[in-house]
Write a protein that binds this ligand. Structure first.
Ligand code: B12
Ligand code: SF4
Length: 495
């Protein structure tokens, strides 16, 4: 039998610190790779930095059993990197077949194919589609590409979009293949903690206006069973010695009973989940009590806005009053830290609307002082999101070429939004930095805590009065954090 090898590539992107995050597993290619291996194909996974593109190309070109190269990408700078690498591959060997999959190509298939160096786009859940496409490319099936659901390509100058690929009902039929990478590379050490990021479910039943979920997952939530999830993490634990897990699911607690059972069983294995994502309207006193009992230390909640109209327009399904009510409940759990995230700068928002969000944040701070880690992010229209239409009506346009996508970065804030001036973007960024200073870390030394309380009170004053001239508190904190980061990096280098 002829040997066929598929190379799968995930190019890492700079994250919050500006450094590439190589500590999160490239789950998309691990699932897809697992399925291809089950179908008898050889698979090589490349989770690389942008600086390693040339080296990776050489490895791929040297493989004489290559069937195709598959790229996994989300929206943003990953489009730029994947396009660079795809076009370089094509330039070196025009016969190489390039396949793109993942969130971005699934939501903008035509734009990706128009680039001229992408041969196929796999839309949505990739496991079955990629296996059927491989059979077609390897001429192991009589089925034409047009008959493979979940695929897009160009034939004789015409754009083809095949019928939708239905979601797999039993997610346990799909598995991340940990033999394709070294799992120990994905353990994040922090003191005694050894944390691993894992996906236990897909999708979300809600339809928040700024999120990719409604279009990509059609509000359908699918999950791995409790047993599957616990067994997978048990295996990773015995290989790498992890004692903590972060669930990167869209909405882990869609099924509360299942979620709690997973945490309970993991705890009995010595693996705790210290950080968990929870929707505001899922919060209740007894639920929090269970979570704290199971070792949860931080709740992440997207409260999104203090403006009623905005909450309605983004279909959040809760009101400013509910946010305050849930904050009161959270304040009863003194050991809990809350990562509380909001968005400002929606196309319709006036200065008064944004002020309401900041006022609600300060109200939340008064209810639960020094225990809330606020993020005030700028709204960025993402492909496929329900409120995108309104952004397009206000003159927003996606980048026209792959290089342009490198500026499409929510974290760096280099996006051009017709309804927000660059001056405002700078102001929002400063507000975000001051909001973060409202937290006093439980893990700080007594002296550091004293300094942090003083800075938090100063930040509160700034946010209340709106006076941000000479932001020395932010400069000092930035300087301190940079020093800490360098120190940690040099320690890691020595380790
Ligand atoms: C892990 C993660 C990251 C990691 C990426 C690590 C890595 N190694 O890739 C890091 C931390 C770097 C990251 C950063 C950001 N992220 Co992020 N991230 C995620 C997260 C939590 C999980 C991704 C994942 O692994 N999913 C599980 C896999 C199995 O799903 P999948 O990738 O869709 O794969 C399936 C299909 O798409 C397809 N497929 C995927 N790849 C391929 C490849 C081939 C060849 C084929 C055929 C098929 C295929 O098959 C797979 C199996 O069915 C998602 C949320 C989520 N739960 O999905 C957000 C998410 C992807 N992130 C998002 C965003 C917006 C960001 C940030 C911009 C900002 C942020 N949220 O902080 C930054 C980007 C920074 C930058 N500079 O560009 C959005 C993306 C929206 C979009 N349109 O792309 C998401 C969806 C979160 C959200 N709800 O908004 N992120
Ligand atoms: S923002 Fe969160 S709750 Fe809303 S649709 Fe997306 S994943 Fe679901």
């Amino acid at each position: 039998m002829v040997r066929h090898t598929i190379h799968l590539v995930n190019i890492s992107v700079p994250f919050r610190s500006g450094i590439e995050d190589m500590t999160r597993p490239p789950s998309g290619i691990l699932y897809v790779g697992g399925s291809l291996k089950n179908h008898g194909y050889e698979v090589v996974a490349h989770h690389i930095r942008a600086s390693e593109i040339d080296e990776c190309i050489s490895v791929i070109l040297a493989d004489d059993s290559l069937l195709f190269v598959g790229f996994s990408l989300m929206t943003g700078i990953q489009v730029t990197y994947s396009a660079r690498m795809s076009s370089l591959l094509k330039a070196r060997n025009g016969n190489i077949v390039v396949v793109w999959g993942g969130i971005h190509p699934s939501l903008m298939p035509k734009e990706c194919l128009d680039l001229g160096f992408v041969d196929y786009v796999v839309i949505g859940e990739g496991e079955i589609t990629v296996a059927e496409l491989s059979d077609f490319l390897a001429q192991q099936s009589d089925r034409p590409a047009e008959m493979i659901p979940g695929l897009s390509f160009v034939r004789h100058g015409h754009w083809i979009l095949t019928q939708d690929r239905p979601f797999e009902k039993n997610l346990d039929n799909f598995r991340q293949d940990w033999g394709l990478v070294d799992p120990s590379k994905y353990v994040r050490p922090n003191g005694e903690e050894r944390t691993f990021c894992f996906i236990s479910s897909r999708g979300c039943p809600h339809d928040c206006g700024f999120c990719y979920n409604k279009k990509f997952n059609l509000r359908k939530w699918r999950c791995h069973s409790v047993t599957f999830t616990v067994d997978e993490l048990r295996k990773i634990n015995s290989q790498t010695g992890i004692n903590s897990v972060v669930f990167d699911d869209d909405n882990f607690f869609t099924d509360r009973k299942r979620g709690l059972e997973i945490l309970r069983r993991l705890k009995s294995l010595g693996i705790t989940c210290k950080w968990i994502n929870l929707r505001v309207d899922y919060i209740s006193e007894d639920f929090l009590r269970e979570l704290v009992g199971l070792g949860v230390e931080t709740i992440f909640m997207g409260w999104e806005s203090g403006n009623r109209k905005t909450l309605q327009k983004i279909s959040k399904g809760f009101s400013p009053e509910l946010i305050l009510e849930k904050t009161r409940i959270l304040s009863r759990f003194r050991k809990l830290t809350v990562d509380a995230s909001a968005i400002v700068g929606f196309p319709w928002e006036t200065e008064e609307d944004i002020r309401e969000t900041l006022q609600l944040m300060l109200e939340m701070f008064r209810i639960n002082p020094f225990r809330m880690n606020f993020t005030i992010g700028l709204y960025i229209p993402y492909p496929g999101s329900p409120i995108l239409e309104e952004a397009l009506e206000r003159g927003f346009r996606f980048p026209q070429d792959p290089e342009g996508w490198s500026k499409f970065d929510i974290l760096v804030g280099t996006m051009e939004l017709p309804w927000v001036t660059s001056e405002k973007v700078r102001l929002f960024s400063l507000i975000d930095k001051y909001s973060k200073l409202l937290l006093v870390s439980k893990k700080s030394t007594p002296l550091m805590k004293f300094v942090q309380y003083a800075i938090a009170l100063a930040a509160y004053g700034r946010l209340r009065t709106g006076i941000f001239v000479f932001p020395f508190e932010v400069w000092l904190t930035d300087l301190y954090q940079m020093r800490q980061l360098r120190r940690n990096q040099s320690l890691a280098g020595r380790g």
